[in-house]
Design a binder for this molecule. Structure first.
Ligand SMILES: C[S@@+](CC[C@H](N)C(=O)[O-])C[C@H]1O[C@@H](n2cnc3c(N)ncnc32)[C@H](O)[C@@H]1O
Length: 234
């Protein structure tokens, strides 16, 4: 989803005195995705890798299980795909605009506006309450320092043996600004071996890995290599 090419290195704004450094930049990130809205789905119309990864997860968890979609965007295709497979879906997104779209697109699912790096404890995000979690192109919206702790939180949300399907864009970057569909967003990534290591260090077994070269349907987003990991909570 666009960390390749045309990156401008580390132009993070200074944290203002007294502000919570952890959450600095989130309002801008949310505002960008509020404004991008449905254009995200239009720019990334072909999602074979994502569809296949969600299909794997839906087939592997018990029928009717609770599953969580982190950074759900418009709810399309993933939350809808999981709900249509008969699973009880909770979606989380930082952008209120995206959460509104997801609620309209997937009325069967439950959606929560929250930061995936700072998930609110308790219902509906109960520890050990999910058989599966999907995180497609959402962990890359965090700073690298936040990704291991977020993966540990995902570990805690999963049942023992629960499944995680995640995707990232392969790129050796940490919190860089990139132009994206007429807005500026901040993204991070890893080269593939390092991504696998980060996921493994968080307690997951990587069962399978796929990569797809992807040319988005927008001149504003450069081609990229998308990496999908299918993982199990150890
Ligand atoms: C690239 S889109 C991916 C959407 C969807 N997962 C998909 O692949 O179709 C990233 C999504 O993550 C959301 N997002 C960005 N930062 C986030 C954060 N800190 N917490 C939760 N969601 C976030 C954005 O609002 C956006 O909807």
């Amino acid at each position: 989803m666009g960390t390749g090419g045309d990156e401008r290195e580390g132009t993070a704004p200074d944290t203002p005195d007294g502000a919570d450094d952890r959450l600095w930049g989130r309002a801008e990130q949310a505002a960008a995705f509020d404004a991008i809205g449905d254009r995200y789905d239009e720019a990334f119309p072909h999602k074979e890798g994502q569809l296949a990864a969600a299909e794997w997860l839906a087939a592997a968890v018990p029928p009717g299980s609770r599953v969580l979609d982190l950074g759900c965007g418009t709810g399309l295709p993933t939350a809808a795909q999981l709900a249509d497979a008969g699973l009880r879906v909770v979606g989380v997104d930082l952008s209120t605009g995206m959460v509104g779209r997801a609620r309209a697109n997937v009325p069967k699912a439950e959606f929560v506006q929250a930061d995936i790096a700072d998930l609110p404890a308790g219902e509906p995000l109960t520890r050990g309450g999910f058989a599966g979690v999907t995180a497609f192109f959402s962990l890359l919206m965090l700073r690298r320092a936040e990704i291991p702790t977020t993966l540990r939180a995902v570990y805690d949300l999963l049942e023992p043996g629960g499944l995680l399907a995640l995707s990232m864009v392969e790129a050796d970057v940490d919190d860089v600004s990139i132009p994206f569909l007429g807005h500026t967003i901040r993204v991070s990534g890893y080269l593939r071996d390092e991504l696998r290591q980060v996921v493994t260090d968080a307690g997951f077994e990587v069962i399978e890995e796929d990569a797809y070269a992807y040319a988005p349907a927008s001149a504003d987003v450069p081609p990229e290599l998308q990496v999908f990991l299918r993982c199990r909570r150890g």
